[in-house]
Design a protein around this ligand. Sequence first.
Ligand code: B12
Length: 395
Amino acid sequence: MAKLPPRPKRPPKPATARELRDAIAAKALELGFDAVAFAPAQLSPEARQQRRERMATFLERGFQGDMGWLVDRAEQRIDPATLWPEARTVVSVALNYGPASDPRDVLQERERGAVSVYAQGRDYHDVMKSRLKQLGRFIWDTYHQSLKVFVDTAPLMEKLAAQQAGHGWQGKHTNLVSRRFGSWLFLGELLLSVELPPDAPETDHCGQCRACLESCPTDAFPAPYQLDARRCISYLTIEHAGPIDREFRAALGNRIYGCDDCLAACPWNKFARQSREAAFVPRAELQAPLLSELATLDDATFRARFSGTAVKRIGRNRFLRNVAYALGNSGTPAQSLPAVERLLQDEQPLVRGAAVWALSQLAPDEAARRSQSVDEPDPDVRAEWADPFQTPRPR
Ligand code: B12
């Protein structure tokens, strides 16, 4: 939550609730948001109960995996008013990050890495937060209204807030789908202590469609509208810290940071348009980078190359782990093996362990031969060598 600036010296501009709402909406669009809408911050008892039950189901089934922070403040996530009891209005803003072409095209280029669309430009957290703060400053300076700013990291369910404000609906892939922007919206919020006229919530338009559910390479949707994050490639490549379970390694393909398959499969994307946001123009180094080149990154070059992007958040070791699995899936031993050899010598056990698997995929006989005489200090990496051809565990 961002801190409020000091109280302004000028007296507040008098405004009716409608005028205030219109001024906030106009300012948000002027700041470059693609859409802005309003919802009440107070939930009805029925809505609160429904959210509580759905959250409980998610957590009981362990769908959050290692994301313990989803459990820690579950009650606050359910109800924005528990975050800030004076909150009366949620201002929900959205930024379009629609790609220029189908992000799944790069999945065919197996010697290159696929970075999901949301991470190819500048880190959206920074872009959203800076604009939300500017919007907050405008409201505070002009109207002296108390407020709090949120994006992503706060315990607030942003998709539900956006659905309530009418930006779209939570689709079967669990993300917000918009009639105007398809699957490609970033979300952010500002809470206000003043009550403003709300927009109408959006209703579900998924119908009988199952395109997103069927597109998932790891079968991460146990049911429509439910995601088992532990199976989601986005979670596995970004949030999960240790080695990725063998069951998923082949399915990762060349995805080295996040996944767009369920988003890209949505038929509502036919109404989507390319982002007009300069900050989200894909960086050359994040558009289909060569895996063999990424394998040479040390901590300093990783940081320098991905400075200001979301990729930097996962750190060099986790990123190189993903690169190693992708090299194993490249199907091009002649090109990939030198990079795998390099990663087998890496200082980090996480990276070495993933490289053992890559070797077993690209040169099985060589992996079997070397596994007979391994000099490896780390027990996890030794376990990878002990049986590099282990079959995946059944689900
Ligand atoms: C944790 C998290 C993740 C986790 C878990 C994802 C998830 N589905 O929750 C992981 C790491 C997997 C992830 C991945 C991605 N994320 Co994320 N993530 C978040 C975060 C921080 C919290 C979401 C959360 O609270 N999840 C907890 C569970 C309980 O929520 P849920 O899935 O919505 O579960 C609900 C449904 O199952 C529902 N439900 C159950 N039964 C039924 C039945 C019906 C009929 C209905 C309607 C609903 C329903 O009830 C549950 C509780 O409300 C938000 C930011 C935020 N603060 O909201 C961003 C956020 C959701 N992520 C975002 C993005 C962009 C992504 C990725 C696309 C990134 C990528 N390309 O790799 C993927 C998409 C994967 C996917 N299909 O969801 C955006 C989504 C924007 C949008 N348009 O919706 C957000 C909002 C960030 C932002 N500020 O823009 N993410």
